[in-house]
Design a protein around this ligand. Structure first.
Ligand SMILES: [Cu+2]
Length: 152
């Protein structure tokens, strides 16, 4: 009986890991554009380590719409969810499934929760609005480290 109870506790703990936030996400902030409307990502290089859980906070402080787009990145991560919040920071929407491209409106913030799954070096991320990429709105993402869940 006691063992059964312990097993139930264990499975509940596992379940909450699977459906909840998981291990505390490491927050990484990226400014998509700048207040003075420079066409850049700040920072323009991101690094993520496999086996960790990340919360990528994309904020657009500029007066223009911008994209955060990367086909390679999408195939190298497990995207847990993307949260869209309103001005009062209340969540308006959660997007599940593989995400390749996010358009961020002026003043908006989105939070992207994911697990890096495959290594990739300098995968391109860019804004495909008009000529933004040519003006410098392009960056790179590197995923490194041992495979998640591997035994050492
Ligand atoms: Cu842009």
């Amino acid at each position: 009986m006691r063992i059964l109870f312990a097993l139930i506790l264990l499975s509940v703990a596992n379940l909450s890991f699977a459906v909840g936030e998981g291990p505390k996400a490491i927050e990484v902030k990226v400014s998509v554009g700048t207040k003075d409307d420079k066409l850049v990502f700040v920072p323009d290089h991101l690094e993520f380590e496999r086996g960790k859980h990340y919360k990528l906070v994309l904020h657009n402080p500029s007066s223009a719409e911008h994209y955060f787009a990367s086909d390679a990145f999408a195939t190298h991560i497990y995207s847990h969810k993307v949260e869209v919040s309103g001005k009062d920071h209340k969540t308006l929407a959660e997007i599940h499934g593989a995400v390749h491209d996010i358009e961020i409106k002026p003043g908006a913030t989105v939070e992207w929760f994911f697990y890096p799954m495959r290594n990739g070096e300098n995968m391109k991320v860019y804004c495909h609005k008009r000529d933004h990429e040519q003006h410098g709105m392009v960056g790179t993402i590197t995923i490194f480290g041992d495979p998640p869940f591997s035994k050492k």
